[in-house]
Unconditional design. Sequence first.
Lengths: 324, 332
Amino acid sequence: MGTAVVTAPQQTRSRKLVKLLRDGDQIAHLVTFLFAASVFLVTVFLVYELWIHSGPSRTKFGFSFLTGKTWDPVAEQFGALPFIYGTVLTSIIALLISVPLGVGAAIFLSELAPPKVSNACTFLVELLAAVPSVIFGLLAIFTLVPIMRRYVEPFLKHTLGFLPQFQGPAYGVGYLSAGLILSIMTFPFIISISREALLSVPREQREAALALGATKWESTWQVVVPYARLGILGSIFLALARALGETMAVTMVIGNDTGIHTSLLSPGYTIAAIIANEFTEATGDVHLSALVELGLVLFALTMVLNAAAQLLIVATTGKGSKQP
Amino acid sequence: MLWITLFASAACVASAAETINAAGATFPAPIYQKWFEDFHKAHPDTQINYQAIGSGGGIRQLVEGTVDFGASDMPMTDDQLSKVTRYKVLHFPTVLGGIVPTYNVPGAASIKFSGDTLAGIYLGNIKKWNDAALKKDNPGLNLPNEDITVVHRSDGSGTSFVFSDYLSKVSPEWKTKVGVNASVNWPVGLGGKGNEGVAGLVKQTPNSIGYVELIYAVQNKMDYGAIKNAAGNFVKADFNTVSEAAAGAAKEMPADFRVSINNAPGKNAYPISTFTWLLIPDKIGDAAKKKSITDFLQWMMTTGQGDAQGLSYAPLPKQVVAKEQKQIALIK
């Protein structure tokens, strides 16, 4: 709407039309303001609802809810720590795998690959990003889990078994499998958005680097990638948000165990998974409100990580080349 | 404009019939859908919408008054009933189901479990397949010296409620340590989402054990074990043994039908069985609605029961139907 107003050849039109357009300006201003405000209102409403409905649990457990390790619907004892731990751990595993993979693929597709290959791959990546998560979950149960149990986990135990992270029985389901499936689900986002960011780096930047005697790779790695840093970081945080909130695929492969385990091969639980699992059949008031409070915790966790992301961007901007 | 007219006329058609909203248990949802559809065909002026949102959700919506009646795999607790002040909730058993242990033990096709052994496995006390307790239940069977991988439901479900209720009845240790609920704090094991999640994990993991609904095991042609009943016999679940459990319990059926038929007496009674209930208010203000609901209950207990076996549910025993028909008169 804004561009239409700016590019309209106003000088050739009558005054009346100018006035009308100005009025249109104000209408557009108001309408878009309301749209923007709705985002804010929905967020506030969401927090309000979560806060109200988590009341019984908040008054019963207070801050010990965050540090409690027991989740017992029969005795109505609820603690969120195993779920916070599982959520953060699986997201970290997912990003450790998907960030190098995604950014690397994006660099290849935008900088090095012939346009035909790049376009074909990008199409596939975007297709991958649109696959519903339950499909990934089923794929994981029938394909990933058996492979993990038979080959990957015995191999890890054999080679890295001296670390506590790779001990215990190989079930196939657990933190590691959940992290892996999350990495598969998040890396299309990283590729897709990072590629756009890299493509939008001005030609002159590359040419200047090459003119100064840089090799193709030096120009890519030292000039183009830092220039597109904001976009790449943005893609990573979008991936993180998806990893934190992903429900179906994770609950199908994480093993749904309410303990806290050091070993990545152990079954665990995430916040989103337990809400999805227990919400429909929760009959006790405290149980229900504890699940709602978990939603609040997930919201806070996402906020904290997003804030950290913003800080990181502020901290890194200003160093290196200036951003447009 | 055409669309608006279409929608409007569709709305008119819908509102001409008596629309009744119900919500609740997922386990009996297939037969409920069929019943409500067949009943609508026989009584075109009544349309019953059923949302399979889970037993807990069904009870909640009934308490809040957002549905006309609810459905649940577990009877409402006294605490839940006390929250409903405007009317009393009547429990109407509809069909029966069983819950069976399923396992993946190479070389062992049919395994027998006594209640104690099953509780021991799910408590984590029995860790190996060749444990003395399992050998005692299965003389002559060559059970491997392997760790047992325990699988349970991760989602809250009536199935878990019935299973944990059974373990509480046969094992004092289970009763004090874990207890009974739709989701409990499982001492050991992996959680699978839904029957299919448990079945998938058991199929894939050698030396594992899980539990699923009888219907699911039958439809997917899965192997399942026999369980020792209160009379001391090892019984495999099927429609007859589940119905016999209900008949055994029917003699001591409480007036409000809130009964667990786990570990029921009877020579061939299958010990992990349950009713599933419709939860109906005893005061229905709207006369037309009241007539539709009572008509449906009558129909369900007579014509409707004929659908049960075809959909792999066990039908109600005659004594229970007779008792329920008396309860219909309580709806005012």
